[in-house]
Unconditional design. Structure first.
Length: 122
């Protein structure tokens, strides 16, 4: 499986390699990871410290699904995307980085929509 972002472009062969890249490839507190293969589902993970924004694309051209966090929390969280402007997401669509790592592990093995996360279709 391919992963790109703050880790560069890498081919990941094991779940341990994936977890290591996710944990060790940040720019400061920020991380950006695109996991998937061409013409297949893709999982995007953006991190800021202990928080993460997840976006799942089931196919090319589909607007995708975003994770649902704690809808009772207010405010916004800043994320960075290489080569593009920084962006903020409502706290209600932000999850913990541990949930993001669990989602990445599930995506690595299933290559499909992740049951460990509640999703909202865009």
């Amino acid at each position: 499986m391919t992963i790109s972002g703050t880790c560069g472009n890498q081919v990941i062969g094991t779940l341990n390699e994936l977890q290591q890249v996710l944990r060790e490839s940040r720019t400061g507190v920020f991380g950006e990871f695109w996991i998937g293969e061409k013409d297949q589902p893709t999982l995007a993970i953006h991190t800021n410290g202990d928080l993460a924004y997840l976006h799942y694309f089931p196919e090319h051209g589909h607007p995708g699904f975003q994770a649902v966090g704690d809808v009772n929390l207010e405010g916004e969280v800043l994320f960075k995307m290489a080569g593009q402007a920084d962006f903020t997401m409502r706290r209600a669509v932000v999850v913990s980085v541990d949930q993001a790592y669990q989602a990445a592990a599930e995506f690595f093995t299933s290559r499909s929509m992740l049951g460990c996360i509640k999703w909202s279709e865009l």
